[in-house]
Ligand binder design. Structure first.
Ligand code: GLU
Length: 175
Protein backbone atom coordinates (compact mmCIF):
# COMPACT_ATOMS: atom_id res chain seq x y z
CA UNK A 1 0.00 0.00 0.00
CA UNK A 2 1.23 3.44 -0.91
CA UNK A 3 1.61 5.89 1.97
CA UNK A 4 -0.89 8.70 1.54
CA UNK A 5 -0.92 11.89 3.60
CA UNK A 6 -4.26 13.64 4.01
CA UNK A 7 -3.97 17.36 4.82
CA UNK A 8 -7.22 18.77 6.14
CA UNK A 9 -7.54 22.53 5.64
CA UNK A 10 -11.14 22.95 6.83
CA UNK A 11 -14.06 23.53 4.45
CA UNK A 12 -17.65 22.40 4.82
CA UNK A 13 -16.42 18.78 4.96
CA UNK A 14 -15.33 19.59 8.54
CA UNK A 15 -18.22 21.80 9.67
CA UNK A 16 -20.17 20.92 12.81
CA UNK A 17 -23.22 22.61 14.29
CA UNK A 18 -22.54 24.78 17.32
CA UNK A 19 -25.85 24.85 19.23
CA UNK A 20 -24.76 27.75 21.44
CA UNK A 21 -23.94 30.04 18.54
CA UNK A 22 -26.59 28.48 16.30
CA UNK A 23 -24.24 28.14 13.35
CA UNK A 24 -21.97 25.72 11.54
CA UNK A 25 -18.29 26.10 12.30
CA UNK A 26 -15.08 24.32 11.28
CA UNK A 27 -13.92 21.50 13.54
CA UNK A 28 -10.16 22.11 13.57
CA UNK A 29 -9.60 18.65 15.09
CA UNK A 30 -11.29 17.12 12.03
CA UNK A 31 -13.21 14.48 13.95
CA UNK A 32 -14.75 13.61 10.59
CA UNK A 33 -11.41 12.34 9.27
CA UNK A 34 -10.72 10.56 12.52
CA UNK A 35 -14.08 8.78 12.35
CA UNK A 36 -13.77 7.85 8.65
CA UNK A 37 -10.28 6.51 9.30
CA UNK A 38 -11.41 4.39 12.26
CA UNK A 39 -14.51 2.96 10.60
CA UNK A 40 -12.81 2.40 7.25
CA UNK A 41 -9.61 0.96 8.81
CA UNK A 42 -7.68 2.78 6.09
CA UNK A 43 -4.59 3.71 8.16
CA UNK A 44 -4.72 7.13 6.58
CA UNK A 45 -2.04 9.47 7.89
CA UNK A 46 -3.63 12.86 8.34
CA UNK A 47 -2.96 16.30 9.76
CA UNK A 48 -5.15 19.33 10.24
CA UNK A 49 -3.86 22.82 9.36
CA UNK A 50 -5.45 26.22 8.58
CA UNK A 51 -8.96 25.16 9.65
CA UNK A 52 -10.94 27.67 7.58
CA UNK A 53 -13.86 28.01 5.24
CA UNK A 54 -12.01 28.34 1.94
CA UNK A 55 -13.55 31.78 1.30
CA UNK A 56 -11.51 33.01 4.28
CA UNK A 57 -8.23 31.43 3.16
CA UNK A 58 -5.41 33.90 2.58
CA UNK A 59 -2.35 33.64 0.34
CA UNK A 60 -0.37 33.16 3.53
CA UNK A 61 -2.54 30.11 4.33
CA UNK A 62 -1.81 28.74 0.86
CA UNK A 63 1.91 29.29 1.45
CA UNK A 64 1.59 27.26 4.66
CA UNK A 65 -0.13 24.49 2.71
CA UNK A 66 2.56 24.54 0.02
CA UNK A 67 5.33 24.41 2.63
CA UNK A 68 3.62 21.48 4.38
CA UNK A 69 3.47 19.56 1.09
CA UNK A 70 7.04 20.48 0.10
CA UNK A 71 8.37 19.24 3.45
CA UNK A 72 6.41 15.99 3.35
CA UNK A 73 8.12 12.71 2.52
CA UNK A 74 4.85 11.37 1.03
CA UNK A 75 4.60 11.04 -2.74
CA UNK A 76 0.79 10.95 -2.63
CA UNK A 77 -1.17 13.69 -0.92
CA UNK A 78 -4.87 14.32 -0.49
CA UNK A 79 -6.08 17.78 0.53
CA UNK A 80 -9.47 18.31 2.15
CA UNK A 81 -10.48 21.81 1.10
CA UNK A 82 -13.56 24.02 0.86
CA UNK A 83 -15.10 23.91 -2.58
CA UNK A 84 -15.44 27.66 -3.19
CA UNK A 85 -11.72 28.28 -3.74
CA UNK A 86 -10.53 24.72 -4.35
CA UNK A 87 -9.68 25.56 -7.97
CA UNK A 88 -7.69 28.64 -6.89
CA UNK A 89 -5.59 26.67 -4.42
CA UNK A 90 -5.08 23.90 -6.99
CA UNK A 91 -3.80 26.44 -9.55
CA UNK A 92 -1.50 27.97 -6.90
CA UNK A 93 -0.02 24.54 -6.09
CA UNK A 94 0.33 23.70 -9.78
CA UNK A 95 2.57 26.78 -10.23
CA UNK A 96 5.01 25.28 -7.72
CA UNK A 97 5.79 22.29 -9.98
CA UNK A 98 5.60 19.78 -7.13
CA UNK A 99 6.62 16.23 -7.96
CA UNK A 100 3.94 14.53 -5.85
CA UNK A 101 0.53 13.22 -6.92
CA UNK A 102 -1.93 15.58 -5.24
CA UNK A 103 -5.73 15.39 -5.14
CA UNK A 104 -8.04 18.01 -3.64
CA UNK A 105 -11.44 16.87 -2.38
CA UNK A 106 -14.14 18.27 -0.15
CA UNK A 107 -17.87 18.21 0.40
CA UNK A 108 -20.74 20.65 0.06
CA UNK A 109 -22.63 18.89 2.88
CA UNK A 110 -20.78 18.58 6.23
CA UNK A 111 -19.76 15.04 7.21
CA UNK A 112 -21.41 15.69 10.58
CA UNK A 113 -24.80 16.25 8.92
CA UNK A 114 -24.70 13.59 6.20
CA UNK A 115 -21.47 11.60 5.78
CA UNK A 116 -22.19 10.23 2.29
CA UNK A 117 -20.77 12.95 0.03
CA UNK A 118 -17.70 13.60 2.20
CA UNK A 119 -16.88 9.88 2.52
CA UNK A 120 -17.36 9.11 -1.17
CA UNK A 121 -15.23 12.07 -2.30
CA UNK A 122 -12.49 11.15 0.14
CA UNK A 123 -12.62 7.48 -0.93
CA UNK A 124 -12.43 8.46 -4.61
CA UNK A 125 -9.37 10.64 -4.00
CA UNK A 126 -7.74 7.87 -1.96
CA UNK A 127 -8.37 5.21 -4.61
CA UNK A 128 -7.04 7.47 -7.36
CA UNK A 129 -3.88 8.17 -5.39
CA UNK A 130 -3.32 4.46 -4.73
CA UNK A 131 -3.55 3.77 -8.47
CA UNK A 132 -1.76 6.68 -10.11
CA UNK A 133 1.96 7.06 -10.69
CA UNK A 134 1.62 10.49 -12.28
CA UNK A 135 2.68 13.67 -10.48
CA UNK A 136 0.25 16.59 -10.78
CA UNK A 137 -2.72 18.32 -9.20
CA UNK A 138 -6.21 16.84 -9.58
CA UNK A 139 -9.65 17.42 -8.10
CA UNK A 140 -11.97 14.60 -7.00
CA UNK A 141 -15.59 15.72 -6.61
CA UNK A 142 -18.98 14.19 -7.47
CA UNK A 143 -17.47 11.05 -8.93
CA UNK A 144 -15.17 12.86 -11.38
CA UNK A 145 -11.39 12.89 -10.95
CA UNK A 146 -9.55 15.08 -13.42
CA UNK A 147 -6.59 17.46 -13.61
CA UNK A 148 -7.59 20.59 -11.64
CA UNK A 149 -8.04 22.80 -14.71
CA UNK A 150 -10.58 20.44 -16.31
CA UNK A 151 -13.11 20.58 -13.47
CA UNK A 152 -15.06 23.52 -12.10
CA UNK A 153 -17.73 24.17 -9.48
CA UNK A 154 -21.14 24.69 -11.08
CA UNK A 155 -22.63 27.02 -8.48
CA UNK A 156 -26.18 26.72 -9.81
CA UNK A 157 -26.18 22.91 -9.82
CA UNK A 158 -24.19 22.70 -6.56
CA UNK A 159 -21.72 20.20 -7.95
CA UNK A 160 -18.43 19.98 -9.79
CA UNK A 161 -18.49 19.25 -13.49
CA UNK A 162 -16.18 19.13 -16.48
CA UNK A 163 -15.31 22.64 -17.69
CA UNK A 164 -17.46 23.64 -20.68
CA UNK A 165 -14.58 24.99 -22.73
CA UNK A 166 -13.04 21.50 -22.80
CA UNK A 167 -16.19 20.25 -24.51
CA UNK A 168 -16.47 23.06 -27.07
CA UNK A 169 -15.36 21.88 -30.52
CA UNK A 170 -12.31 23.71 -31.87
CA UNK A 171 -12.49 25.85 -35.07
CA UNK A 172 -11.67 22.89 -37.32
CA UNK A 173 -14.74 21.02 -36.06
CA UNK A 174 -17.19 23.85 -36.74
CA UNK A 175 -19.40 23.42 -39.83
N1 GLU B 1 -17.62 28.41 1.53
C1 GLU B 1 -17.40 27.02 1.66
C2 GLU B 1 -15.91 26.72 1.48
O1 GLU B 1 -15.41 26.90 0.42
C3 GLU B 1 -18.20 26.32 0.62
C4 GLU B 1 -18.67 25.05 1.05
C5 GLU B 1 -17.66 23.96 0.86
O2 GLU B 1 -16.69 23.79 1.57
O3 GLU B 1 -17.93 23.25 -0.04
O4 GLU B 1 -15.24 26.32 2.40
Amino acid sequence: MKRILCISTGGTFNKVYNPIKGLLEIDRDSRALDEINRKWQSNLEWISIIGKDSLEMTWNDREVLLATIAQSTHHAIMIIHGTDTMELTAAYLADANLQQSIVLAGAMVPYSIDPVEASVNLGAAYGYLQATKEPGISIAMNGIILPYDRLTKDREAGRFDVRNEQLTPGPSLKV
